[in-house]
Design a protein. Sequence first.
Length: 115
Amino acid sequence: QPRAQDPGREFTVVFTAQAEAQLAWIAARSALPLRQRIVQTLMLGPQPHPYRRIKRDGNGAMRLAVQDWRIAFQVTGHSIEIGRISSGYRKAQLAAGVPDPDGVFALHREFSTAF
């Protein structure tokens, strides 16, 4: 069976004001180059793809997973608009009192409170 080919770098990725604020917040607290990872992945195309962790959410919305962050985006022609970023953890995982030995949940708790 033939393998799917990446379409090449033909998409433009833009960020809403909310996504920009969320990226700045994350960048100030994490070494993850989230913006770079989003742009590099989506410039190849927004099609659902298991290795690039892209899925359809419904109502025309799409979602990209980058480590433990979820990026909601919309596609119009060859433009991809990043609408918002959210935690990949469930609320129950981020609840107070849940053990957090690596401090990962603390970052996501703060993010959820800020946004």
